[in-house]
Design a protein around this ligand. Structure first.
Ligand SMILES: Nc1nc(=O)c2c([nH]1)NC[C@@H]1CN(c3ccc(C(=O)N[C@@H](CCC(=O)O)C(=O)O)cc3)C=[N+]21
Ligand SMILES: [Mg+2]
Length: 285
């Protein structure tokens, strides 16, 4: 048996094409969607992601700009910029690229972003709305994964789902979305005693651990859907996920690749959230 591959890159492109008309309508009404990405420091991987985000916006007619600060910048400078962007009617989405340098209070920075412009969905108000089952902005990576389930015709209701990783960015919101969709959800993490016991009985496994090729074929139930959220840079410069793709390919029913899986979908859902923010402001939804 060979798993069906869920092509995130193709789905991302399909969705981005469908966004163009919405952007055009908004622009004609004087509400061209605008996203600002704030980057602190010069981490090369972050620079690539930020460039992909800005270019993804521009390619479908949105406005986008990045603001780059030196890694030693005073936190107050960033907070003042966020306040300015909160008040700027031409900007609908604000994203502060994580992680921030150590002298930053990450929570304070994220809470400074207006909840209406928090296209990452990391603001406490938006986290609360999601956990109550009435999301306003869904965090981009888990949102992208949900779209991939849709594309792969994965019916989540009643399914056993295991999320590996409990981060605020991926694991927790992913678990919330799966619960809201009717799955029975187990969240595993570094303290989990017998990980394989859990993953072996799962119909759906979402890996967000940050360890290259961590999930192997023997951990997977035959036919399961395996979603790889990991982005690990190997010493040879190659990108690799948290899933041992070649090993799981023979066991899984459906699987996502890295690159070309969840990553492109993350950026696509960032565009979707920014467009949605502009539509709300324009009174379209
Ligand atoms: N506030 C904030 N929001 C984020 O959404 C956020 C963040 N901070 N910090 C970093 C992570 C990481 N992230 C990625 C997005 C796209 C790809 C992506 O497009 N990956 C391509 C490959 C890109 C490459 O070649 O490096 C792929 O998987 O095919 C990867 C990683 C968003 N993040
Ligand atoms: Mg963890």
């Amino acid at each position: 048996m060979t798993a069906q591959i869920i092509d995130g890159k193709a789905l991302a492109e399909e969705l981005r094409q469908s966004f163009k008309a919405r952007v055009e309508t908004l622009t004609a009404k004087g509400h061209q969607p605008g996203l600002v990405v704030i980057l602190v420091g010069e981490d090369p991987a972050s620079q690539v992601y930020v460039k992909n985000k800005v270019n993804g916006c521009l390619a479908i007619g949105m406005h986008s700009e990045k603001i780059v600060y030196d890694k030693d910048v005073d936190q107050q400078v960033v907070l003042d910029k966020i306040a300015e962007l909160n008040a700027d009617p031409s900007i609908h989405g604000i994203l502060v690229q994580l992680p921030l340098p150590r002298h930053f209070d990450e929570e304070k920075v994220l809470e400074a972003i207006s909840a209406e412009k928090d296209v990452d969905g990391f603001h406490a108000e938006n986290v609360g709305a999601l956990s109550q089952g009435s999301p306003r902005f869904i965090p981009c990576t888990p949102y992208g994964v949900m779209k991939m389930f849709e594309k792969g015709n994965v019916d989540l209701s009643g399914q056993e789902a295991v999320v590996i990783g409990r981060s605020n960015i991926v694991g927790k919101p992913m678990a919330m979305l799966l619960i809201n969709a009717g799955a029975t959800v187990t969240v595993c993490h570094s303290k989990t005693r017998d990980l394989k016991f859990h993953t072996r009985r799962a119909d759906i496994v979402v890996a967000a651990v940050g360890k290259p090729k961590f999930v192997t074929g023997d951990m997977i139930k035959p036919g399961a859907v395996v979603i790889d959220v990991g982005i690990n840079r190997l010493p040879d410069g190659k990108l690799c996920g948290d899933v041992d793709f070649d090993d799981c390919l023979a066991v899984a029913g459906q699987i996502t690749p890295v690159p070309g899986g969840v990553g492109p979908m993350t950026i696509t859902m960032l565009l979707a959230n920014t467009i949605e923010a502009a539509e709300r402001k324009a009174g379209i939804r």
